[in-house]
Design a binder for this molecule. Structure first.
Ligand SMILES: Nc1ncnc2c1ncn2[C@@H]1O[C@H](COP(=O)(O)OP(=O)(O)OP(=O)(O)O)[C@@H](O)[C@H]1O
Ligand SMILES: [Mg+2]
Length: 214
């Protein structure tokens, strides 16, 4: 079943946040889901290990191990979500060469947007080898409400070839930043701020899955 890899060479773009939330969101829909933590920092596996709900995870970082194991794991789960490292490493290459969909969160700052083109290049290389696969979606994460940066960022991302840039953005929200420390995802929290974040994230995930299934 599908493999979704969350990648971006830039640190702090929100890869682990997205990967953990996507895994938990799919699990809440009664899908069998595995998160593969391919980042040496192990943020997403640590995060999942502390959740009250049991979301399965495995740490697999070596490129060879990923190449061996991802094809087998996809047979055992409805969904495999891979959290990538903050590098254009062999590991990231393997994820792009194996995934059905890559999701690229990007912060709306000049330096992050500029370095996104390196990630896009890697995606294009894989698409040439794999006749168009993987599908790729980019989106702005950590957008600040009330600034124009978000729209400008979307315009810059739209110049990048072979990736679909989502209109939907994730805003910088304290409730999201607090999740790791609270051993939770927004899907496990109650309250109005969590509710707003949940809807925003869910909208983004639905759009990404539509593109995967297109
Ligand atoms: N939409 C958001 N609102 C608020 N905080 C966010 C949001 N997205 C991510 N963060 C916070 O930003 C920081 C970086 O996020 P995260 O660890 O998910 O990025 P990453 O791309 O996985 O980083 P790394 O490359 O270091 O693995 C974390 O503290 C996280 O809580
Ligand atoms: Mg991370």
């Amino acid at each position: 079943m599908p493999i979704i890899a969350v990648i971006n060479q830039k640190g702090g773009a929100g890869k682990s946040t997205i990967a953990v939330h996507l895994a938990r969101w799919l699990q809440k829909q009664n899908k069998s889901v595995l998160l593969v933590d391919a980042d040496a920092q192990c943020s997403s596996s640590k995060w999942l290990s502390r959740l009250e709900k049991d979301v399965p995870w495995q740490i697999i970082q070596a490129p060879d191990a990923l190449l061996d194991e991802l094809p087998l794991l996809r047979e055992s789960y409805n969904w495999v979500i891979a959290d990538g490292p903050a590098a254009l490493s062999e590991t990231t290459r393997v994820l792009v060469l194996t995934a059905d969909l890559v999701m690229v969160p990007c912060q709306p700052t000049g330096v992050d947007l500029e370095s996104a083109s390196d990630t896009v290049r890697l995606i294009q290389q894989a698409q040439r080898i794999r006749r168009g696969e993987p599908k790729a979606v980019m989106f702005v994460n950590r957008a600040i409400k009330g600034t124009k940066l978000k729209d400008e960022a979307i315009e810059v991302l739209r110049l990048m070839p072979n990736v679909i840039v989502l209109e939907d953005v994730l805003h910088q929200r304290q409730v999201i930043a607090d999740c790791y420390g609270q051993n939770a995802t927004v899907f496990d929290l109650s309250g109005s701020t969590a509710g707003i974040a949940k809807r925003e994230i869910e909208q983004l995930f639905k759009k990404a899955l539509e593109i995967l299934n297109d």
